[in-house]
Every structure is written in structure tokens, then in C-alpha cells.
Design a protein around this ligand. Structure first.
Ligand code: GLU
Length: 291
């Protein structure tokens, strides 16, 4: 029998808060109950926002909480060459294209289109879909712009990708943290439009790195916040395109702030370090998150 493998995968772009504590401790609880493995992955591909100081803080907070992970820690910034190999495959298969529109140009394009009475489609997070205008750029023009150092991102051609896969996609989602009952969820990657798969200077994006790492680390159960539920559709599509295995998922409830909103990394008073300095114990944290 293969061991069940869980992971906690924080991004060191700020301090951990109660929501992270819940996610980490829930993964630990499930791994322990299953007699499985518990891995830690540092998702630090965004080299402008992630810092060694934040990472040190994350590791400190997790140790203090009593979260015990297997060494070595996988640090995504150390694996850019591996992500690049996957990206190159997607480029060679013409499933991604260089997208040159800047944020301002995207906004102007959409405003203009909405002036003509068309509501522009938005993704499940409420962000307008990328206008796929430059998907149609001739190869020569693409090459010219890249040679001229025009900024761009590699975007997934979602309709080409779905046509390549050629079947409806779904994923296995557990109904609650007992992980006893699961249902099949229809994956709708098209709801996200042509998502970014890599940047010009960073050969990956969150989605590409996460599917590769979940596969490389042999993750059988992805347990993470409800806020990533719909995004799972994009990850299922990438798994299928790249021939990667699919884990089972459980998207847990979110810990909300006093104002009923999702916690953010800038909310000082729900930060683990602040709570610790104010005298809270790891047991207090467990109680606060209901574990
Ligand atoms: N790194 C992501 C975050 O901190 C979590 C990714 C995942 O669990 O798939 O929000």
C-alpha cells in the first residue's frame, strides 16, 4: 500500500496568520491519522515579494506551532530549470502563447468593448478574462516583439488545451475532513480564460509549479483553503496536458477575520508572530481555529 502524502505549501511573501495555522495543523492531523507523510513546500517563485526573512519567519512559526515536516523542504525557487522544461513542452506543443498586453491595455480593451454594450466575462475571482487578441499574432510578429524585449507572459491557450485533452475533466473532492466521502467535481478551466503559465523572467506560475510539485513529491491529498477550490480546474487541465497524476482534494473552510473577511498577510493582530508575542500558546492557536 502506498503511503498517503499531505503537504502544506505557504508562500513566504508575508507572515503566517490563523488561516495558515489551520491549514498546516489540519494537514498534520490528517497525515497523522492516516499514518502518512507530511511535507513542507515553500512556494517562493515570486522573487519580488518572497524574502528569506519571511521564509525564516514561516519556519519559526511552524516549529513553534508544533508542525513537524519531513526534510528536505522543497523550495520552488531552486527548481526553475525543471519548470522551464515543462514550459518548453507546452511551447513546443503550441498550447501556450506569448501575451503582450499590459494591464493598462487590457483595461482599455475591456472598457472599449463594454462601451459597445457587451459585459466582459470575469473569472471566478471576479477578474476580467484576458482578451485573447494577441493569440492570433503571426509568428513573425511574436518573434519581433520578443527580440525587442517587449514584456510578455506565457498564457495557456485554454481552448486549444481543452481540445487537446478531448474529454470532460473532473476532480475528486472530499466532503469533509474525515476524508471518508468524496464526490466528483466538474472542472471548468475555461472559466479562467487564458491563464498565465509563466512569466518572461520566471519560467513558471503558481499553477504550473503546483501541479509539477504535487506530482514530484507524490502528494496523494491536497488539503488547502476553499479560496483555491475553483482554481483546481486549471490545475487538472495542466495535469492532463503534462501527463501528471491527479491527487484527491479537500478544500477546507477559511478562518475569517472579525469583520467576516478572509484574512490577509497584512492583518497584524491575526498574525501568528503577533499572537505569540502577545502571550498566546500553540494550544490557544488550536482552539482559536477549532482544532
Ligand atoms: N502557496 C499557496 C498559498 O500560500 C497555496 C498553494 C496550494 O496549497 O496549492 O496560498
Amino acid at each position: 500500500m502506498t503511503l498517503l502524502t499531505f503537504r502544506f505549501a505557504p508562500s513566504p511573501n508575508g507572515e503566517l496568520h490563523l488561516g495558515h495555522a489551520y491549514s498546516a495543523l489540519l494537514n498534520q492531523k490528517l497525515a497523522t491519522q492516516a499514518g502518512g507523510r507530511l511535507l513542507l513546500r515553500i512556494e517562493d517563485i515570486d522573487t519580488t515579494r518572497c524574502t528569506p526573512q519571511f521564509e525564516a519567519g514561516v519556519l519559526d512559526d511552524l516549529k513553534w506551532l508544533g508542525f513537524a515536516w519531513e526534510e528536505p523542504v522543497r523550495r520552488q525557487s531552486e527548481h526553475f530549470a525543471e519548470y522551464k522544461a515543462m514550459l518548453d513542452r507546452l511551447i513546443a506543443e503550441e498550447l501556450v502563447y506569448p501575451a503582450f498586453m499590459s494591464r493598462g491595455e487590457i483595461r482599455a480593451f475591456i472598457t472599449d468593448s463594454e462601451k459597445h454594450g457587451r459585459d466582459w466575462p470575469r473569472d471566478p475571482d471576479g477578474v476580467p478574462l484576458y482578451p485573447a487578441a494577441d493569440k492570433a499574432l503571426p509568428v513573425k510578429e511574436r518573434k519581433r516583439r520578443i527580440a525587442e524585449n517587449t514584456p510578455f507572459a506565457w498564457r495557456l491557450d485554454v481552448s486549444a488545451a481543452m481540445a487537446r485533452v478531448g474529454k470532460a475533466l473532473s476532480w475528486t473532492e472530499y466532503s469533509d475532513e474525515t476524508l471518508l466521502v468524496a464526490r466528483s467535481i466538474e472542472a471548468r478551466p475555461q472559466d479562467w480564460g487564458d491563464v498565465i503559465v509563466a512569466r518572461r523572467d520566471i519560467p513558471t506560475s503558481y499553477h504550473l509549479a503546483v501541479v509539477m510539485d504535487d506530482a514530484l513529491q507524490g502528494i496523494s491529498h491536497v488539503v488547502r483553503g476553499q479560496d483555491l477550490f475553483s482554481a483546481t480546474a486549471v490545475q487538472r487541465l495542466l495535469q492532463e496536458l503534462l501527463g501528471l497524476p491527479q491527487p484527491a482534494y479537500f478544500h477546507h473552510r477559511l478562518i475569517l477575520g472579525p469583520d467576516g473577511r478572509k484574512l490577509s498577510k497584512s492583518l497584524g493582530d491575526t498574525g501568528l508572530a503577533a499572537l505569540r508575542h502577545a502571550g498566546a500558546s500553540p494550544e490557544d492557536i488550536r482552539r482559536m481555529v477549532g482544532l
